[in-house]
Design a protein around this ligand. Structure first.
Ligand SMILES: [Zn+2]
Length: 330
């Protein structure tokens, strides 16, 4: 990616419904923070940089679930699809067999949610393919997010793992070794669960330790080399954070990684309702400046719920990605 090059941004088609409620840590039902307003704010920030436009990725029926092969258990896909199709409007299902261990069932299945989740996965696949073909960076503004969805489990607003789909797509299009870097505040338990089953894929994560935050104690212990999990029990300084990114990217390089997927969460930022750190939106410029300039690089949307800050976060991220001091012109 050259200086001042544009980053192509793709957004998932809004083909289905999403859950409007969730269950909080105290066990009570509450309004979901995973709203249309948040992706709208992120899109606003991305397009505030000159020349960046958002392209909606079309989806279609019958469902093309081929892109999920090897990523999710066929039984899980069949279950999610059939429950999502047969529920009535307003019905919610929390309890079923496809919940991650040690995680409470917090994410309901509602009518049409499979269609939404599949559209997000298709967006990730599309953006990833463009990144490979153009050897550049692309951004998949996926909704719902995906990194808490594992091989046969869902949770944390996630149903299908968009980042894993993006990684698989890179491999399908000729990139032999692919790495996934996860910078969401929360540990991507689903992504690790899927990536560790794949050959020639690596996972690296910087997150709040699961001793302190969702998805709970125990998951990090299941990672082995080449995967690298950096869970901070207290908020890292900016220099600690950036040094950790450098360390992970350096490990990816040493392992021969040729393509990079970045699970991009903005919930490390100050005042995020699901976060707890005090990082400023401008920090995303510094984070993005660490990412490789030569593609393929595919950023995939994960969390980020501080509505007032999201546009600044995404704007700074694009500025860093394009190594820009100011807005990039056409
Ligand atoms: Zn998160």
């Amino acid at each position: 990616m050259n200086v001042n090059s544009k980053v192509r941004v793709f957004e998932s088609a809004r083909t289905g419904a999403v859950a409007r409620e969730t269950i909080g840590p105290d066990g009570t039902v509450r309004r979901s923070n995973e709203t249309r307003r948040r992706t709208g704010a992120i899109a606003r920030g991305l397009t505030s940089v000159g020349g960046v436009e958002v392209q909606i990725v079309p989806t279609h029926r019958p469902y093309d679930v081929q892109l999920l092969e090897g990523i999710h258990d066929p039984d899980y896909i069949a279950f999610l699809m059939s429950r999502s199709e047969t529920l009535k409007v307003g019905e919610v299902v929390y309890e079923h067999e496809f919940i991650a261990r040690e995680v409470q069932p917090d994410t309901p299945i509602v009518q049409g949610v499979f269609s939404s989740a599949l559209a997000a996965a298709q967006c990730a696949a599309f953006a990833s393919r463009v990144a490979v073909q153009s050897e550049s960076a692309t951004y998949a503004l996926c909704r719902p997010p995906g990194h808490h969805a594992g091989y046969r489990f869902m949770g944390g607003y996630c149903y299908l793992n968009n980042a894993a789909v993006a990684a698989k797509t890179m491999r399908d299009y000729g990139i032999s070794k692919v790495a996934v870097l996860d910078i969401d505040f929360h540990f991507g338990n689903g992504t690790l669960d899927i990536i560790k089953r794949q050959k020639d894929m690596m996972f690296g994560s910087i997150h709040c330790s699961t001793k302190k935050a969702f998805p709970s104690l125990g998951y990090e212990a299941s990672a082995q080399a080449p995967h690298i999990l950096c869970g901070f029990e207290s908020e890292p300084s900016e220099s600690e954070y950036l040094a950790t990114i450098d360390e992970i990217l350096s490990c990816f390089m040493k392992n021969g990684s040729e393509g990079l997927v970045v699970s991009t969460g903005y919930d490390i930022v100050k005042d995020d309702p699901h976060g707890g750190w005090t990082i400023q939106p401008e920090f995303f410029k510094l984070i993005a400046e660490r990412l490789p300039q030569n593609g393929p690089v595919c950023l995939v949307q994960e969390g980020g719920y501080a509505l007032e800050s999201l546009a600044e976060c995404s704007r700074n991220l694009i500025l860093g990605l394009t190594r820009s001091e100011t807005a990039v012109s056409e």
